[in-house]
Design a protein around this ligand. Structure first.
Ligand code: APR
Length: 226
């Protein structure tokens, strides 16, 4: 299955495109979540991410996240791929989550490209790598960057070899993630979509469940008890 920003909406984490409020309303995510923006103005990019990290830390997983944990225990094979970077699936108890776009709460060394601890002493006033002193950046995939290879391969493999693919709370617009449901369809899987409104995937899905993920998913799992 694939989850998107709509999965976190019921936890109060605004979807990527709705997130820009207050101070950040005048910025487009596409102008902040890029390597160029970080190169040009790391202070502004870090301020935005610290603001988003606070949003995420104050959010709690909802009944839909917990329903997916329950579902994982009820089926023989289960893989959760998420486009969300908030870690809410893991906080609900999901394991083996494929983080297609990384995780906003982890720091990655901009020089070495691996996750590192923060140095206790920073010369730039920004988070610096404890090993090499380069700037740290959030461990997320920015616009124009590649999806982590292991996530890409794992997601493709499960999409090509599943009986049922759930597309939950995603506009199904951003590739390659948006191609996973189509991959599942081509391999003969049934596709179930959970969204509050139609998407480009809706006409192709076998079942479209319209409603918030926090309501629909618990109901879906209860059906297993019937
Ligand atoms: N329950 C289910 N679906 C919902 C809910 C909800 N409570 N609230 C919103 N949605 C749906 C919206 O209808 C929309 O289809 O979630 C989807 C959110 O779409 P986007 O904001 O485009 O998020 P997503 O599809 O995850 O975007 C993919 O693109 O913006 C980049 O990197 C960012 O991970 C993101 C990626």
């Amino acid at each position: 299955m694939l989850t998107g920003a709509g999965m976190s909406a019921d936890s109060g984490v605004p979807t990527f495109r709705d997130a820009q409020t207050g101070l950040w309303a005048r910025f487009r995510p596409e102008d902040l979540a890029t390597p160029d923006a970080f190169e040009r103005d790391p202070e502004r990019v870090w301020a935005w991410y610290e603001w988003r990290r606070e949003l995420v830390r104050n959010a709690e997983p909802h009944a839909g996240h917990r329903a997916l944990v329950e579902l994982a225990g009820r089926v023989s094979q289960f893989t959760l791929v998420t486009q969300n970077v908030d870690g809410l699936h893991q906080r609900a108890g999901s394991v083996g989550v494929v983080e297609y776009h990384g995780n906003i709460l982890r720091d990655r060394c901009a020089g070495e490209g691996i996750c590192r601890e923060r140095s206790p002493h920073s010369t730039s006033g920004l988070p610096e790598c404890s090993a090499c002193g380069a700037l740290l950046r959030p461990d997320v995939v920015w616009f124009g960057e590649a999806i982590p290879r292991h996530a890409l391969q794992q997601a493709d493999a499960v999409a090509a070899d599943c009986d049922c693919f759930l597309s939950i709370g995603t506009a199904a617009l951003v590739y390659p993630a948006a191609g996973l449901a189509e991959r599942a369809l081509r391999s003969g899987a049934k596709v179930i979509e959970v969204n509050i409104e139609p998407t480009d995937l809706s006409p192709l899905a076998d079942v479209v469940l319209t409603g918030p993920a926090g309501v629909v998913l618990p109901g879906l799992v209860q059906l297993l008890d019937r």
